[in-house]
Ligand binder design. Structure first.
Ligand SMILES: Nc1ncnc2c1ncn2[C@@H]1O[C@H](COP(=O)(O)OP(=O)(O)O)[C@@H](O)[C@H]1O
Ligand SMILES: Nc1ccn([C@@H]2O[C@H](COP(=O)(O)OP(=O)(O)O)[C@@H](O)[C@H]2O)c(=O)n1
Length: 239
């Protein structure tokens, strides 16, 4: 009998662990900083990044462009089934408007829409594009529904006032005029729709690390995230 140290069984088992892509789930409400964090984490580890909110935005914009109502399940379901994310639609600047965000949170409450977008998201996590060794997905239900087995889960949050202020500054920075009270009200309306919907509501997974960034700048949030990911995966950032 070979000793445990020289057993051929050990090698393949170790290889299997390292060949499965690592998955990091980052969820949270609007303007909590999850997108900023997800991009930075993905770059640091050499992982692929998917902003899943852009999928819902693309569906919402498609319904609006067709003259439909984003809250109409038939129109929203059709648009989701017809979506081809690989075609470059996710980079369309029209997706970044507040109108698109509101439409996104309406189509996102339609179960057929969520079902139609699930396979693309799971495939991204299981087979990250470009052969990347891992994937970072950010959204609302990554840790709870899309990738419940993710290697590390973060739930990034901040008070609604702080988040509205961040979004206001972001809009102003892009030269888009915005009224502070409207931005705050829109954010509250979206929070309510996202948290209260029947299917895949916004909530932290039971095993998520909750990161409140109300009093943290982006560098501090990143440092806390990296420390958590390191504790769950044993990996440190490459950069
Ligand atoms: N920790 C932070 N502190 C202050 N501003 C932040 C922080 N994280 C992100 N931001 C800024 O807040 C805005 C919203 O961040 P973003 O990452 O787009 O949020 P989300 O993806 O959750 O909607 C952006 O302008 C971003 O630069
Ligand atoms: N995984 C996801 C991602 C987004 N969404 C929906 O899509 C909307 C837009 O998401 P987003 O992440 O682009 O929004 P921001 O956080 O950038 O403002 C959200 O308000 C949710 O209703 C979702 O339901 N599930």
């Amino acid at each position: 009998m070979p000793s445990a140290a020289s057993s051929p069984v050990k090698g393949p088992a170790t290889v299997a662990v390292h060949t499965r892509p690592l998955v990091i789930a980052i969820d949270g409400p609007a303007a909590s900083g999850k997108g900023t964090l997800a991009k930075r984490v993905a770059a640091a580890y050499g992982f692929a990044h998917l902003d899943t909110g852009s999928l819902y935005r693309a569906v919402g914009v498609a319904v609006l462009r067709a003259g439909g109502d984003p809250a109409d399940p038939a129109a929203a379901g059709r648009a989701a089934r017809d979506l081809h994310p690989e075609d470059g639609i996710l980079a369309d600047p029209d997706l970044r408007t507040d109108e698109a965000a509101q439409a996104a949170s309406k189509v996102a409450a339609v179960p057929e829409v969520r079902a139609a977008l699930l396979e693309f998201q799971r495939r991204f996590a299981e087979q990250p594009p470009g052969g990347a060794p891992g994937a970072v997905l950010d959204g609302r239900d990554i840790g709870t529904v899309v990738c419940p087995g993710a290697d590390a889960k973060l739930f990034v949050t901040a008070s609604v006032e702080v988040r509205a202020d961040r979004r206001l500054k972001e809009l102003q920075g892009r030269g888009i005029p915005a009224i502070p009270s409207d931005v705050l009200e829109d954010m509250k309306a979206r929070d309510a729709r996202d948290s209260q919907r029947a299917v895949a509501p916004l909530r932290p997974a039971a095993d998520a690390f909750v990161l409140d960034t109300s009093a943290l700048d982006a560098d501090q949030a990143y440092a806390a995230a990296i420390a958590h990911i390191g504790s769950k995966t044993g990996l440190g950032p490459k950069a």
